[in-house]
Structure formats: structure tokens, C-alpha cells
Design a protein around this ligand. Structure first.
Ligand SMILES: Nc1ncnc2c1ncn2[C@@H]1O[C@H](COP(=O)(O)OP(=O)(O)O)[C@@H](O)[C@H]1O
Ligand SMILES: [Mg+2]
Length: 395
């Protein structure tokens, strides 16, 4: 049975290609590619796996049929999978009866609840490097054809270029911001060191110089580790581990860590956790990082004798928590910038040391769980940060 190449599909491919060139946001881009792939090849689903040469594994980066969190934890070995074969051979492959085919890596199907019947996999190659594969799964009618393969190969080639551009853009952007941010602490350290070399500087002032050096080197090292966290999250290289757990104990445990630092500053930390909360499917460690950062901000930017309230709540389809403080608050002109990287409200530099990366990291983590993070604040009165996560019925 010969298919006639349909003009419609070429037309569609052309439109998609133009569309891909128009975004440098990696997440948006990957999503568009997988939807275009399933659409172009008449498949039930499509996904992108990027190739990690050092680890010899492939990681899901986008899929039309998987939720972000499930997908992020999924790894496919290069040895023993069709995706791996396609990477090694640099050739497309069609598998028409996946359950019976030993080359198909079926171990993930319990996690994804997706039954693969047929599979069309093409390499994504740019500058002679294989960066990953594009897969179409389960042809809706009949089998994947030669024409489907050609279409997907053409899309894969375009996708590879677009992905590489988006990655480069992201990196250059992030790194130039980092370099910019390094200047201030380095300048402070350098000035302090110069002054210390002068014999006429009084003892007390010397002490202050040494403290500057200490706190600024601490800040630099915080910046380095936060920056790496953020770079991993932004490039999609962060791995998410889906755990099933209760939110209450997580909040209690995190509050216990922060109680001492709070009390040392004369602050009271209150907990409000309802008795019955539904269980949550999320990456527990990463959520803990979110709670820790919000609590540490509520401590840093509070007023003397202030309070901090950590509260959990739930409704039919969501669960969440809020961190409320009685601190300096945030003016309306700053509120819209709160989740931008390196942003610090003018004037807070004097209150506490920080990098301005914590809230960007929080936002990335929450969004990887399809959740939202919001801030409400009144200057002079305090702020409330609220995190909401959708409850999934497929626990
Ligand atoms: N609870 C809060 N009250 C007032 N301002 C806050 C609060 N939390 C964060 N901010 C402001 O937002 C900025 C960014 O927060 P974050 O990204 O966590 O960075 P950092 O804690 O390193 O300063 C802070 O520098 C501060 O200006
Ligand atoms: Mg912070």
C-alpha cells in the first residue's frame, strides 16, 4: 500500500518550523515540538528524550501524555532501549509491535500507565552531535509509514537546532547575569583586603574589614551553589523524584530546623496545620527547599519581636501552604519583580545577606509540580507567600 505524500503535511511542517524558530524558551519549545510530532505523524502521543553522554542515559524532557513530575524522574538506559539504538546508529527506527519486540524498553510502562503498541523514533542531530530523540507512539490508524518517518526526521532536525539555540541563549543569559552579580562582593572583598594592608587602620576597623570578607565570601559560596541549582532547574537537567507523603510532617520538620534561628532574632514561629490533609505526590526534598527558603526570608526580613506563621490548607483539588510574616513588607513597585533571579528589594541588602536567587528557585520547583507561588504584601506590615499544588487523583 503506497501513500501519496500529502501536500498538507509539508505545509504543516513548514508552519511548525517557522513557529519553532520564534521561541527561545526551552520549556515552551519542547512542548510545541512534541505536539507537532504527534500531530504530523497521526500518533496518540509523542515525547522527547535528551541524551546525556556522560551518564549514558536518556531523559524525558517533554511528552504529550505525561505530567511534568512523572516525566522528570524517568530515565531510559542507552543500552537496551530503542531510543538508545537510535542515538548510537543515528538512524530512524519503526517498531510495529512493541510488546513483542525485545528492543523496546518496557520497564517504564507501570509508571507511565501508557501501553506502547507501535513506535517511530528519529534522532535529533545538530552540528554532527546527537542531542536526543523524538518519538511518536501508537499510530492512530494502521502502522507508521515511510512518509511518517520522513516527516518526523525533518521535524527532528529542525527541533535539534531550535533546542540547541534555546540552550545556548539560556546559558549565555544566566552566566552574564552571574558575572555581573559577582562584581559587588568581589569589589567589597578587594577593598577590605587593601585597607587591611594599611598599618594606620585602627583595630576596630580592621575587625569590621575581616567581617566583611567573611560575610562576602559566604555570600559568594551561597551564590555558587544556588546558581548551580537554578541553572539545573532552568536547563531541565534537575531530576525530580516523585514521593508520596504528608505535607504536615514536612512542614513541622522544616519549622523545627528554623525555630532556633527565629528565636535567636526574638521572633515567634507559629504552625497551623489542619488535622486531616490529603497525601501529596511531589518531590519531598525539593518542596522542603521551598519551605526552607520562604521561612528563612520571613526571618531575615521581619521586624524585631515579630511573628511568622506557617499554615497548611487544602480544598477539593489543591493543597498548599503559606508563610506569613510581620516584617518590612514589599512595596507595589517591587512586588512584580520578586521571582526574578538576583532581584533584591532596594534597601534589603542592609537587613540581611542574600543572593536574590532563593525565590527564583522556589518558583521553578513549584512550577515543575504544576503549582503556583504568589506573594501578597503591605509595605511596613508584612508579607504572605502562598504555594498551591494541584491534587492528582492518580496517586
Ligand atoms: N518575607 C519577605 N519580606 C520582605 N521582603 C522579602 C521577603 N522575602 C523576600 N523578600 C525580598 O525578595 C528578595 C528576594 O528573595 P530571595 O530570592 O529569597 O533572595 P535572598 O533571600 O537571597 O535575599 C529579598 O532580597 C528581599 O528583598
Ligand atoms: Mg531567600
Amino acid at each position: 500500500m503506497m501513500e501519496t505524500p500529502s501536500l498538507d503535511r509539508y505545509q504543516r511542517l513548514r508552519e511548525i518550523t517557522l513557529d519553532l524558530a520564534s521561541t527561545l524558551d526551552l520549556g515552551v519549545l519542547l512542548n510545541r515540538i512534541v505536539h507537532a510530532a504527534s500531530d504530523l505523524t497521526g500518533a496518540q502521543a509523542a515525547s522527547i528524550l535528551l541524551y546525556d553522554e556522560a551518564k549514558q542515559e536518556m531523559r524525558f524532557e517533554a511528552a504529550t501524555n505525561l505530567e511534568e513530575l512523572t516525566m522528570r524522574g524517568l530515565v531510559v538506559p542507552v543500552e537496551g532501549s530503542v531510543a538508545g539504538l537510535v542515538v548510537q546508529k543515528r538512524q530512524p527506527m519503526i517498531i510495529s509491535d512493541a510488546p513483542e519486540d525485545p528492543r523496546h524498553y518496557s520497564q517504564l510502562e507501570q509508571v507511565t500507565h501508557f501501553q506502547t503498541r507501535s513506535l517511530l523514533v528519529v534522532p535529533m542531530i545538530t552540528k554532527n552531535k546527537v542531542i536526543g530523540v523524538l518519538e511518536s507512539l501508537n499510530k492512530r490508524e494502521g502502522q507508521f509509514s515511510h512518509e511518517d518517518q520522513e516527516m518526523l526526521c525533518a521535524l527532528g532536525a529542525q527541533a535539534a537546532v531550535a533546542i540547541e539555540n534555546a540552550r545556548l541563549f539560556q546559558q549565555s543569559d544566566l552566566i552574564s547575569e552571574l558575572i555581573h552579580e559577582l562584581r559587588t562582593p568581589l569589589a567589597s572583598i578587594s577593598t577590605a583586603a587593601h585597607l587591611l594592608l594599611r598599618p594606620e587602620i585602627p583595630e576596630e576597623q580592621r575587625r569590621r574589614m575581616v567581617e566583611v570578607i567573611q560575610s562576602e565570601t559566604f555570600r559568594l559560596s551561597e551564590m555558587a551553589s544556588s546558581f548551580l541549582d537554578l541553572a539545573r532547574l532552568e536547563s531541565g537537567r534537575a531530576q525530580f523524584q516523585p514521593d508520596v507523603f504528608e505535607l504536615g510532617p514536612l512542614l513541622e520538620e522544616t519549622a523545627a530546623v528554623m525555630r532556633n534561628p527565629a528565636n535567636e532574632k526574638g521572633l515567634t514561629l507559629n504552625l497551623q496545620i489542619p488535622g486531616k490533609l490529603p497525601v501529596l505526590k511531589a518531590d519531598r526534598n525539593k518542596l522542603k527547599q521551598v519551605v526552607l527558603n520562604l521561612l528563612s526570608n520571613a526571618i531575615k526580613y521581619n521586624r524585631p519581636q515579630g511573628t511568622i506563621t506557617l499554615a497548611a490548607f487544602t480544598s477539593q483539588d489543591e493543597i498548599g501552604f503559606s508563610v506569613q510574616d510581620t516584617g518590612v513588607g514589599i512595596g507595589p513597585e517591587s512586588l512584580t519583580h520578586m521571582f526574578e533571579k538576583f532581584y533584591r528589594v532596594p534597601g534589603t541588602e542592609e537587613m540581611a545577606s542574600g543572593t536574590g536567587l532563593g525565590l527564583s528557585i522556589c518558583k521553578r520547583i513549584v512550577e515543575a509540580h504544576q503549582g503556583t507561588i504568589e506573594v501578597e504584601s503591605q509595605a511596613g506590615a508584612g508579607s504572605t507567600f502562598t504555594v498551591r499544588l494541584p491534587l492528582k487523583e492518580n496517586l
